[in-house]
Design a binder for this molecule. Structure first.
Ligand code: NAI
Ligand code: MG
Length: 363
């Protein structure tokens, strides 16, 4: 029997292309694992009305962790959804399966390393190396949304001036949710011998929910006297990140701000082809590239698989296979530095699988 059972969830679009690439690398690293395919994505919503079938969730519960490609979320708004004939009158409300998976498995940490590998022509500045800890289960992504405000809410003091045709999305930050992500960021900083944690918020305006996040940050920081702690408003942070990227080390943020700064930071270290993501809970974890399903490149084996290979490397670390993880990262480093095999985003014409084989050869 294999040492690990891993759920393998390619999803839509380029999800399969990039997971095929990760498989080549994991096989070369000789991970002793059985990979179990799971259905997820747009296709299953179209045919079954369920982008995350229960059978997939049940299968995942028998595994140690998961690798995820990407999914296509076609309806951008509830009104869009009503235009899709397959769904008309079925009463389904589309919810992104990846957001649901994070909540179902309580994967409260979204860890996103942003590291500039030397030789990457897309690096904003060589040497950028920070890690984002994004809260992954609550905030504006809690799913508490109404496209017409429920009339009872209008009875709440202070709400009487809200127009009854308002749409409303509720931002929920709980003390427990704030504390566990902030603690994870400090623990990581301490154990990796990094120096500083920066709290990302907008507490000067969003006083209740972001105020709580900042308050808890200040409280947790006191428990880590050897780690430097500071905080920044999310808007001003964006300009500081570009102006003085070397001032940042570990960033901790509520869900939405974490999502946004992740893409900004991914761009600083080579774009979406380099952004990897670990969704981590106490008992389960799911690893994925931060990019989406890039439908126009689906099945063309054209996109850069490095983000997904780095996600697989993070999975190896999480499993405790640190030696294999280091070999994968050092292989990626060498391929980037040599610059002989490059996908289109890096100015080359290598395919997704060429790049994966180039990495595998160095392992
Ligand atoms: P996207 O990330 O899929 O693609 C945007 C553009 O970035 C692509 O057209 C391509 O030019 C570039 N790109 C993305 N991945 C790349 C790679 N590995 N190598 C080289 N270039 C790459 O974002 P978009 O177009 O906004 O969304 C497409 C679909 O993906 C939507 O349905 C969206 O909802 C979904 N999505 C899913 C996510 C997930 O599964 N976690 C995350 C983000 C978007
Ligand atoms: Mg995102």
């Amino acid at each position: 029997m294999a040492k690990y059972k891993i759920a393998w969830l390619p999803g839509d679009g380029i999800g399969k292309d990039v997971l095929d690439a990760a498989q080549i690398v994991l096989d070369k690293a000789e991970l002793d694992a059985e990979y179990i395919h799971g259905d997820v994505g747009w296709e299953f919503w179209r045919t079954e009305g369920e982008p995350l079938p229960q059978r997939t969730v049940d299968m995942m519960k028998t595994t140690r962790c998961a690798m995820f490609g990407a999914i296509t979320s076609k309806p951008k708004t509830v009104a869009d959804q009503e235009l899709i004939p397959e769904l008309h009158n079925k009463g389904y409300v589309y919810r992104s399966p990846i957001v649901r998976l994070r909540q179902l498995f309580d994967l409260y940490i979204c860890k996103r390393p942003c590291k500039a590998y030397p030789g990457n022509p897309l690096n904003y500045k060589d040497g950028v190396n920070f890690v984002i800890f994004r809260e992954n289960t609550e905030d504006l992504y809690s799913g508490l949304e109404f496209n017409r405000i429920p009339p009872d809410m209008l009875k709440i003091k202070g709400m009487e001036h809200v127009s009854p045709d308002a749409a409303i999305s509720i931002k929920v930050n709980t003390p427990k949710g704030c504390e566990r992500i902030i603690e994870a960021a400090f623990e990581f900083t301490k154990s990796e011998k990094r120096k500083k944690v920066t709290c990302v918020h907008k507490a000067n305006v969003v006083r209740a929910s972001d105020g709580l996040f900042l308050e808890i940050f200040n409280k947790v920081a006191q428990r880590y006297p050897t780690v430097e702690a500071d905080d920044a408003n999310v808007d001003s942070l964006c300009q500081w990140l570009l102006k003085k990227p070397f001032n940042y080390d570990v960033l901790v943020a509520p869900n939405l701000y974490g999502d946004i700064i992740s893409d900004l930071c991914a761009q600083m270290v080579g774009g979406l082809g380099f952004g990897s993501s670990g969704n981590i809970g106490n008992n389960y974890a799911l690893f994925e590239p931060t990019h989406g399903s890039a439908p126009k490149y689906a099945g063309m084996y054209k996109v850069n698989p490095i983000a997904t290979i780095l996600a697989a490397k993070m999975m190896l670390e999480w499993l405790g296979e640190t030696d294999a993880a280091q070999r994968v990262e050092s292989a990626v480093e060498q391929v980037i530095k040599e610059g002989r095999v490059r996908t289109y985003d890096l100015g080359g014409d290598a395919s997704t699988l060429d790049m994966a084989h180039a990495v595998a050869e160095k392992i």
